[in-house]
Design a binder for this molecule. Structure first.
Ligand code: SOE
Length: 385
């Protein structure tokens, strides 16, 4: 069995989700090249040791540059906050490492362009982890659209809503500072929606956006503050929120469709509500990540007495090419399984000398749309891409 050594940089929420996938994908899928969890890289040595022991990483390292220089590292998994993606990805590409990078891709178009061009010139396999493309129900939506089941697409309506920072006492984590996150839910959540819209509808021609920050300052973070987690002992000292709390964007697609993108972390009750509706000449599709094994399909050619949105549970063979590796029909899968699918396809691309989508080209397109939205919100004008 051929193997390749993986180094992961970042050991928090995404480090956990990625480690689980690197470790377990070979247990459910026959892989021509098996990933080896070689080295985990992070800042705090004791946390790192605990993380490595829990997930089976063979070694630990606190210097990401040393990791990238190692000849026995074949794949670099970038699971750190957005501001670190550019420097690490460019260095890893120049070192000839295949790259599995978290979203949002980068903070600026210039960073994104260099990441894409360097990776493309290096001839490596590069992937940006828009995991929701590999949710079986989303793949089924793609199949139905490609088969013409909803015809010419008129509308995309996307809403990615969460509520983990509604409490004004939630601390000022890296997600809320422009220098580390680039933007708030606009980049964090609309990046997913833009990728899904590009995947299911097509490329975007122009955008108009408004953004706002509801809570302008928050307590500095204490111990354990992280994504979705306030941690404990937040400081009494306050800091400025320098990103959007919510972003609403409308778009023209190159194929004539029009669409909307809502992204907010101030929607009480919406925990990870990555939702879209697509309306076409022959029918409509609705997806809600909080019910991630299902899509709703409306078909205009159903007989009048039977017309209506039907719920399809995407767990049957033939509805999705990963599902057979999991469980029998109706035995639903979860958020973490999408990461397994991404690992399987990433390793398959390396083995066969092909590429995987979405990759750094898609990352560049995503950042171009995000940046256009930000410019529109600043100027009040529509921005052409
Ligand atoms: C926080 O908003 C977050 O972890 C995002 O960064 C992820 O991309 C999303 O899938 C879940 O929520």
């Amino acid at each position: 069995m051929k193997t390749m050594n993986v180094a992961i940089i970042g050991t928090k929420f995404m480090g956990k989700a990625h480690s689980n996938a690197w470790l377990n994908a070979p247990r459910f899928f026959d892989m021509g090249i098996k990933p080896v969890l070689k080295v985990a890289c992070g800042q705090n040595e004791s946390d790192l040791r605990t993380f490595a022991e829990r997930w089976g990483w063979e070694e630990i390292e606190t210097d990401w540059r040393a990791v990238i220089e190692r000849d026995d590292v074949d794949i670099v998994d970038i699971s750190v906050p957005t501001y670190l993606h550019h420097e690490i990805a460019v260095a890893a590409a120049k070192a000839g490492k295949h790259i599995f990078c978290e979203k949002p891709f980068a903070i600026t178009v210039e960073e994104a362009k260099e990441m894409y061009e360097t990776a493309d010139q290096a001839g490596i396999v590069h992937y940006i982890n828009h995991n929701y493309r590999r949710c079986p129900a989303v793949r089924l939506a793609k199949q139905l659209i490609d088969d013409g089941k909803i015809g010419r697409i008129f509308h995309w309506r996307g809403a990615y809503l969460q509520d983990w920072i509604v409490d004004p006492d939630f601390p000022l984590t890296w997600h809320l500072r422009k220098e580390t996150a680039g933007s708030g839910p606009h980049g964090d959540l609309n990046s997913h929606s833009i990728d899904l819209a590009r995947y299911l509808v097509g490329d975007i021609k122009s955008v108009s956006a408004i953004m706002t920050t509801f809570i302008k300052e928050r307590p500095l973070p204490g111990e354990g503050a992280a994504t979705f987690s306030a941690g404990s002992g937040a400081a009494t000292e306050m800091g400025q929120v320098t990103v959007d709390d919510a972003s609403f964007m409308i778009a023209e697609f190159e194929n004539g469709a029009i669409g909307s993108f809502e992204a907010s972390r101030f929607a009480p009750g919406r925990k990870n509500y990555n939702y879209f509706e697509i309306y076409g000449s022959e029918g409509s599709i609705v997806f809600n990540l909080e019910r991630m094994n299902e899509i709703q399909l409306f078909q205009r050619n159903d007989p009048p007495e039977a017309q209506g949105f039907r719920t399809i549970i995407a767990t049957e063979g033939g509805q999705h090419d990963y599902i057979a590796n999991w469980w029998p029909p109706g035995h639903i899968i979860g958020y973490e399984h999408e990461f397994h699918h991404a690992v399987v396809d990433f390793m398959d691309a390396i083995e066969n000398g092909t590429s995987i989508a979405p990759n750094f080209y898609d990352g560049l397109k995503e950042v171009e749309v995000l940046a256009a939205g930000t410019k529109s919100a600043e100027t009040g004008a529509r921005v052409e891409l």
